[in-house]
Design a protein around this ligand. Structure first.
Ligand SMILES: [Zn+2]
Length: 324
């Protein structure tokens, strides 16, 4: 699947094209979802969809300029990506919104991560959203819409963007990393349909070793004499113990699904045979899963990390033997 098809295959495109066809194009849209990278990408495609004269061709001058961020009528905020939208941005937006578009028949403002905008900035934008200049249009994106003022939300048409299917994420990873097809499966399963997560994982030098360690904690740790060695390995990833618990939890769930015959729910199907061979009973797995959540809670409450890891490994072995 081509990355360009993400928009073409999305429900968003249908909604936008219907709105255009029915002459009901809203002056403001709010794209909500969990994947920041996907939302930004779709917002840009949305702008092309509005301005491209060849039905979003991705090859004309207009599409190219929007892609490169140099179209004079498609303006993206915040200007400082490290912050949310601030009052200064909104001043800039309001000023430009009332100026006629230069190249196109509409001016499109893409306001990314709008939930990070300060309350002052949101309030300041409100008036423009209430009485927008007819030639201006706003596309807001947000991974956390509860931080957006209701008065803003009521002025925009909200469109929920679901996470992607694994094949789309795989395609994205192959295009945006040096990974080969045979290496990509663990990255795809950990990204869980989220491109933002995928990008983070690709850049993480310890990703594979943490994954392998978590897998051996669940499948290979058998004797209490090995606990110290495993604990030391886990603790060697300073500051990432909570993540390792997350990873162990995913594997425990995978084994649980496997043992319950619900293999369609298993994330990493490459490990199915290993999961099937493990000595855990369903009952033990459920207790271990609760114990992971319990351990993560203790970490959150600043309990000693060495003690938490030790206790978890001891409990896991005990439970495994008790509920055979
Ligand atoms: Zn085009």
């Amino acid at each position: 699947m081509e990355f360009n098809n993400l928009y073409n295959n999305s429900e968003l495109k249908n909604i936008v094209n219907n709105d255009i066809k029915n002459n009901m194009l809203n002056h403001a849209y709010l794209l909500c979802g969990q994947d920041e990278v996907l939302l930004k990408y779709l917002a840009k495609q949305f702008a092309k969809n509005i301005l491209c004269e060849n039905n979003l061709c991705n090859s004309c001058l207009v599409c190219n300029k929007i892609e490169k961020g140099i179209h004079s009528d498609v303006l993206t905020y915040p200007q400082d990506e490290s912050k949310g939208i601030v009052v200064e941005d909104v001043n800039n937006i309001v000023e430009k919104a009332y100026v006629f578009p230069l190249e196109a028949n509409k001016k499109i403002f893409i306001l990314n991560n709008f939930d990070l905008a300060t309350i002052q900035a949101q309030n300041k934008l409100l008036k423009t959203l209430e009485e927008p200049p007819t030639s201006s249009m706003f596309i807001l994106t947000s991974t956390n819409p509860s931080n957006i003022l209701n008065t803003i939300k009521s002025r925009a048409k909200t469109i929920n963007i679901p996470l992607l299917k694994n094949d789309a994420v795989q395609d994205f990873i192959l295009k945006n990393s040096t990974l080969k097809l045979r290496e990509v499966a663990p990255y795809v399963s950990s990204a869980q349909g989220n491109l933002t997560k995928a990008i983070k994982i690709i850049a993480d030098a310890d990703f594979i070793s943490i994954k392998d360690l978590s897998l051996s904690v669940v499948l290979k740790l058998k004797e209490s004499g090995e606990i110290l060695r495993y604990a030391n390995k886990i603790l060697s990833y300073k500051g990432r113990v909570n993540e390792i618990f997350d990873e162990i939890a995913l594997i425990v769930l995978d084994v649980l699904y496997t043992k319950m015959g619900l293999t369609e729910n298993v994330l990493n199907k490459d490990n199915l045979q290993n999961y099937l061979n493990s000595n855990f009973s369903v009952k033990a797995l459920k207790i271990v899963y609760d114990e992971i959540l319990n351990s993560q809670n203790k970490l959150k409450n600043n309990c000693n990390v060495n003690v938490v890891v030790d206790n978890f490994l001891v409990t896991m072995l005990e439970v495994k033997h008790k509920w055979k």
